[in-house]
Design a protein around this ligand. Sequence first.
Ligand code: FAD
Length: 471
Amino acid sequence: MSIEPDTGAWTMATDVVVVGGGGCGLTAALAAAEGGAEVLLLEKQGRPWSNTARSGGMIPAAGTRFQRDAGIVDRPEDFAADILRKNGHSSDPELTLRLARASAELVEWLVDTVGARLALINDFKYPGHGQFRMHAPPGRTGAELVADLRRAAEAHPEIILVADAPVVALVADAAGAVTGVVARQGGAVERVRAGATILACNGFAGNPALVARYCPAMAGALYFGGEGNTGEGIVWGLALGADVAYMDAFQAHASVAVPHNILITYAVISEGGFQVDSAGQRFGNEMSGYSEHALALLAQPGGVAWNVYDERIHRLGLEFSDYREAVEAGAVRRGATLAALAEAIGVDAEGLALTLDEYHAAAGQPADRFGRRVTARLAPPFYGVKVTGALFHTQGGLRADGDGRVLRADGAPVPNLYAGGGVAAGISGHGAGGYLSGNGLLTALGLGMLAGRHAARMRLAPGLPAAGRDL
Ligand SMILES: Cc1cc2nc3c(=O)[nH]c(=O)nc-3n(C[C@H](O)[C@H](O)[C@H](O)COP(=O)(O)OP(=O)(O)OC[C@H]3O[C@@H](n4cnc5c(N)ncnc54)[C@H](O)[C@@H]3O)c2cc1C
């Protein structure tokens, strides 16, 4: 049963319970604790290999002091305009602007107060962003980001983190107000009373049945995110009468090395590389976006393609630890000439040579025949990686306001219930094409911070026993 009635029988109590220990959950816990709340964070997995931990850790923010220090002038309004342009003005403009406006404060708070190691990425600009605004850990991995967030949460006296403790139901009173959660830990069932419940358990990309229902274009595709993300947060919200939105929205990615299953940064494409099929021919505009281009890739025979680029771009890729991992795993092949590369990657050499000639001929033109503006000329030695398109995460879910409060269809909040990150309706519009790089962590950490701050006001009455103690 996804919603259990409040019978008054509890085994624990806390001010704020957070469901999920990824980026949203850890950020929400830290923000709520900073607001004076006692927080219990329950994580389903023993070793939480969340989407945030698997991500590139790129957090977009506009107007940060790190940008100013680098001489970059950026405004939240321009950032919101970039997000809206990418999703065809289909996301909630108010929520989009709210998150863009909170982004600089988020990044500075993470660095200054939480102790996250983040630096501005200004060696390449993500497609669709008018400015350099990604802030990322030194190795450009979400694992580092999660390590920093966890360290801060574990050190905080008001936060208790419990792993291997899946939440299996929410508890609600007769009026539909959420009063706590039911979690399993080992053989025990805990009924945790809470003033506020924050759902930070991501979307449903790890649930093949829900993917087939809401995002059929990705049914059967490789899922590259955390296996814990099976969509129950959204199911619970629906059962409580919450509104859902953008359930067809997802982020795919057109550059996961096969069979190694290692992410190949899309910088190898945006900096001038291209993708070919086994005949050595391009099949679309790679710069339409790595999410939507994944669909074109998956339509190729075997659902695979090859990234082709050169030494300059390879060196840029080496800035990314997962790219270095791919090199070590032998996924990245090198050829002193184009013909040698074609042989190394098993692609038709004549076709590849014609493709490169055509690609170079388009350089400087407003657009090539696929609509791409080609700016780079590639020079030997060449590099190639066999890749597939993968599902990264879903972007639809429970409609939440700018404080993360879950809303019903009439706009009224579901009392005491908050959502952020992949469990909440995102700002990526519909389908695969509305996702702008960074929308994932912006909604996870941004809504996590905002929801945590708001939820901290929902403390239980003083005198109630603290989490971890029997009532
Ligand atoms: C390979 C990859 C690279 C990416 N790179 C970027 C990037 O650079 N920038 C960006 O903005 N976005 C990126 N994204 C997207 C980004 O990772 C996600 O949007 C974001 O991490 C979602 O955060 P979250 O906290 O909602 O979910 P998660 O980080 O996945 O955390 C959810 C947690 O909830 C737990 N959970 C689930 N159900 C329960 C339950 N019932 N009880 C208790 N716990 C539960 C899960 O086990 C998991 O640990 C990337 C995604 C992938 C897959």
